[in-house]
Ligand binder design. Sequence first.
Ligand SMILES: Cc1ncc(COP(=O)(O)O)c(C=O)c1O
Length: 410
Amino acid sequence: MSPEWDRIIAAARRAQATADGPWCGYIYDLEILRKHVSRLVATLPANCDLFYAIKANSDYPILDTLAPLVAGFEIASGGELAWVRTCFPHLPVIFGGPGKTDAELDQALKASLEYIHVESMGELMRLGLLARQHDLSQAILLRINLPLGQAHDVPLAMGGRATPFGIDAALLPECLQLLESFPELRLEGVHFHLMSGQLDAAVHLGLLEHYFRTLEGWERTHGLSVRHVNVGGGIGVNYRNPGQPFDWPGFTDGLHELIDRMDLSKWRIRFEIGRYLTASCGAYAMEVLDIKRCFGRTFVVGRGGTHHFRTPYAQGHSHPFFVLPIDRWSRPYPRLAANDEPVTVVGQLCTPKDVLATDISVDQVRLGDLLIFTLAGAYAWHISHHDFLRHPHPEQIFLSIQECLNVAAE
Ligand SMILES: Cc1ncc(COP(=O)(O)O)c(C=O)c1O
């Protein structure tokens, strides 16, 4: 375990030792986040910008750590827009996502956003009419859904097939025609976000090349003049095999080469990544409440569950975790344990779906030990159904950069 994990472990031990009852919580290490994202930004080609898709985790300390590092934030609702504008009034913001209401479009027009990503012909028309009504002009990108080959099968497909996201590429001529009736809207580029969860850097690079070639074709056939290409997010986190992460260095080397080979310095290429930026800085910790055997399977029941940490259920995997042994034990009953056997980790909910990991071998786990789930900083607390069963919410601990540097210096 790296020294960075020592900080998270120490914080979990401290929090549990001082808790009133069985403890669970999220711990985020902002120094891990700062280092990781600084490295990503430093390796991108000069004409590329990294935006953070805040849907992955929009907690203030996370955004505050990222704000000086990234080119801006990508938001997907009026709520996210209000939050970002309150906390970071001057940061560039781009607004995507389906089903924008008139009120949200109105709010966006008045907030001087850098770009609104238009998701449909209907949205284009509503945005144009609202801009006219307010006598405002707005720069937009069109979000396009394209046919893709089989090589691009991933867990979360947002395009390449029938989905509610973006405008079918076949409708582009019609869409451009509609746009001519709205001089208030300035088309400055195209947006693609066709998938999430991509673990193969070469396949992802191939996808980007497909976007670029398609766009060059449209420049020729439709006379499009594009300044920006938004290639979305979608870089995966390898929950099933954390030792084999997405090959970011290989990806960025390939991207430099692709940009040179296709002479793409004419465009600004924008990424709006969520999961890959914040997943690794967070952990979810649960105290073991019960250990029981049923029909040949050993269940470890933790404080909390998928109502706090829905990621494993949402992604359909056994989430990686380790057991943090807690030696203190003062309860007046025997300390149950599972030794050298596969365990299934569940939470406190009354549903068989409340499973975080299935049949994972552990050396030992006892009542009162902590289970630390890694890679829990993205699409974790923020996608969970917090109030199902009205259990207490987990503690939220943010290890500040200064705190982390002090520990490192000790
Ligand atoms: C339009 C859009 N952009 C960016 C993202 C971020 O994707 P990821 O977290 O996979 O990088 C999403 C995620 O759903 C999205 O819908």
